[in-house]
Design a protein around this ligand. Structure first.
Ligand code: I3S
Length: 130
């Protein structure tokens, strides 16, 4: 847990809009529910925020659009390109967290999803050495 590795993980930060759906919870398959989500990587944790459209009441309140919904601790997680049978969409990543949680993450623009793939991969690797 050297100051150097901490420094590295803290440098791995990113935020943007992605499409995501949970596919597994506690190792059990759940029904997909694709939604656009403001996604933030910070300090080795990936946070998906509530879909602004489903963030209920007080639509005029902009803070409703940035309510955290799920966090995935990337320590011990795995990231990879999803196989074709996982989704008909293109550019789909599969993120497996601990405790049997699994998400698909997708974006039509390949460069954008590739950047996410790299930063998630680097973060997971860095965390292995802490
Ligand atoms: O893996 P599936 O069941 O083909 O996933 C599709 C469904 O979740 C579908 O919703 P319904 O559960 O209402 O049928 C979604 O609209 C599709 O987007 C899902 O498939 P893709 O291939 O888009 O991940």
């Amino acid at each position: 847990n050297s100051p150097e590795t901490q420094h590295n993980v803290q440098n791995l930060e990113k935020a943007g809009i992605l499409n995501k759906t949970k596919v597994c919870e506690n190792g059990k398959k759940v029904r997909k529910n694709w939604a656009q989500t403001w996604t933030v990587l910070h300090g080795g944790v990936l946070t998906f925020h509530k879909d602004p459209k489903s963030a209920a009441t007080g639509a005029s309140n902009k803070t409703n659009q940035i309510v955290p919904e799920v966090t995935v601790d990337l320590r011990g997680a795995a990231i990879g390109w999803a196989s074709k049978d996982k989704s008909s969409k293109k550019n789909v990543l599969e993120l497996k967290g601990k405790n049997g949680v699994e998400f698909l993450i997708q974006y039509d623009t390949e460069s954008i999803i590739s950047d996410w793939y790299k930063v998630l991969m680097d973060t997971i690797r860095q965390l292995e050495y802490q």
